[in-house]
Design a protein around this ligand. Structure first.
Ligand code: ADP
Length: 494
């Protein structure tokens, strides 16, 4: 099957979180099963820097052309490369003044305005135009999150859609329903959609443009990144205002747990680690632990348990819960390493904790891929006290690295970690807690600490986790079924 993925992020070129990982690992997994898959992403400054650091540059794929948005022409180029470690083509939509912006992928323009709707609409129009010019019509257009949401909308609502879409089915994957692309109604002309999309409530939600809602309504099939999250987003507590829309779509909504890229996340080959290790020979993990201690300014000979965590410092991730619990945990002998960036208040709390407990708490502020690998390998425990978690990848990386996760039982964390409850040591892979409070989190970390000092139990937990298979195999098959169903829904053969 020919599948074109449209995404704002694709690792390693541009990534702020799991979206970037999946937009690159899923296409690679599907290509490995024989599908003809490619990926379309904006050519962000981050991507340009990635190539510059390597002294290479993607090739120009077709002659630059103009895209018209609100009557004004914008010249775009299409550059081509491949996803590292594969032959999957990546097409970059390049428009320097829109995508070469300092301050991160989703930063505001020079006037401080959020012009995401504008940038991503131009990205979608350019990508679709390029596909037409290249004669590459996909059988399935797979869009990720709200950013390329205009694509399924352009292909839906048959009264006015472009006939090019007649043979193209669309699939939307919601990686996080908390990010919806909400803009004022005055921005509607940017989308170039007819007025009935507004009056009919298709892209309108609560008086504003809601890109994710429009994409949900328009897509032939909607997926999200874990079975539990597929259920949670249909409830008022988990739907972030879109639960009603998602309930209406229930028969075409399914949850597929993300897989992990074992080429990138494998302690036997990981180039970021000082020593390698495997299920059969775990000795190298001790070197990784010693290196992490050196980086964090901890005493390497101290046997105290190390709790690591890597993630965006956003309310969703529950870092306030972790940081509030930290003093009590440190008093009880635990050491904590956090890598993350985001909310200034949380960054400030990390600095304070580090000043108070210099050899027991380390906060690395920033985004650092190599360090994230070192924390996964060097920690004993990986903490994820998320308030909600669509899938979560870091707990799966932790399992692969023999690091035992302590997670809140929500979304994909509930689907991927089997909590130890006393009787299931033979198959448990981590620790669960339910209440999103510092007290409940600390209690579960101390439960883990108790197991940590029983070496046989701990080694069993580590090995159970390392044996768990979260590679893409099964999930890639499930996506294939979704693609077939999307074509069926649209009355198309496959
Ligand atoms: P989300 O998509 O909500 O951010 P996931 O757990 O699905 O959460 O994916 C997060 C991804 O981003 C993981 O690959 C994680 O290692 C990476 N990541 C998050 N924050 C950082 C950081 N500060 N430095 C390096 N990698 C990070």
């Amino acid at each position: 099957m020919r599948i074109a993925n449209l995404s704002a992020e694709a690792s390693p070129f541009a990534k702020t979180g799991g979206l970037g990982d999946i937009a690159s690992s899923l296409p690679k997994a599907l290509a490995a099963t024989g599908h003809d898959v490619d990926v379309w992403v904006p050519f962000f400054l981050e991507a340009a820097e990635w190539f510059r650091r390597r002294g290479t540059w993607p090739e120009q794929e077709i002659e630059p052309f103009d895209v018209t948005v609100m009557g004004a022409s914008h010249r775009v180029s299409i550059l081509r490369s491949t996803l590292p470690g594969s032959t999957v083509p990546v097409h970059f939509v390049a428009h320097d003044s829109l995508f070469h912006r300092p301050g991160g992928l989703y930063s505001r323009n020079e006037h401080g305005a959020d012009d995401g709707i504008w940038r991503f609409s131009l990205f979608v129009r350019a990508a679709l135009e390029a596909m037409k010019r290249m004669g590459e019509r996909p059988q399935v257009l797979h869009t990720h999150d709200w950013h390329p949401g205009l694509a399924p909308m352009l292909g839906a609502w048959s009264s006015w859609r472009d006939p090019w879409f007649d043979d193209v089915a669309s699939v939307l994957t919601i990686h996080n329903v908390g990010y919806q692309g909400i803009y004022g109604p005055e921005q509607l002309p940017v989308l170039g959609l007819p007025p009935e999309t507004w009056t009919g409530g298709l892209v309108e939600h609560g008086g504003a443009i809601n890109m994710l809602k429009g994409a949900i309504v328009a897509a032939d099939m909607v997926t999200t990144v874990s079975p539990t999250y597929a259920w949670e987003i249909r409830t008022p507590e988990g739907g972030a205002g879109l639960d009603g829309v998602l309930r209406l779509k229930a028969s075409r909504l399914t949850g597929i747990l993300n897989g992990i890229d074992r080429q990138e996340w494998n302690p036997e080959t990981d180039p970021h680690l000082p020593s390698h290790y495997s299920l059969e020979d775990l000795r190298g993990k001790l070197d990784c632990r010693a290196e992490l201690c050196r980086l964090a300014n901890f005493e390497p000979a101290d046997p105290a348990m190390i709790v690591g965590s890597v993630g965006r410092l956003a309310p969703q991730k529950g870092y306030d819960i972790l940081l509030e619990a930290a003093p009590e945990l440190i008093r009880r002998g635990v050491r904590i390493v956090v890598l993350g960036s985001g909310e200034p208040a949380l960054e400030g709390s990390m600095r304070l904790l580090e000043a108070h407990y210099p050899r027991r708490f380390k906060g690395f502020i920033g985004y650092d891929d190599a360090l994230s690998h070192k924390i996964q390998a060097g920690s004993d425990v990986l903490a994820m006290p998320s308030r909600y978690e669509p899938c979560g990848l870091t707990q799966m990386y932790a399992l692969a690295y023999g690091t035992v996760p302590v997670v809140r039982r929500t979304g994909g964390l509930a689907d991927s970690i089997i909590g130890l409850h006393g009787e299931n040591l033979d198959w448990a892979t981590g620790f669960h807690f339910d209440d999103p409070s510092p007290h409940a989190f600390a209690a579960e970390v101390l439960h883990a600490q108790n197991a940590f000092f029983h070496r046989d139990s701990w080694s069993r937990l580590m090995k159970n986790g390392m044996k768990a298979d979260f590679s893409w195999g099964r999930s890639a098959n499930d996506y294939e079924l979704v693609y077939r169903r999307a074509r069926e829904v649209r009355g198309l053969p496959w």
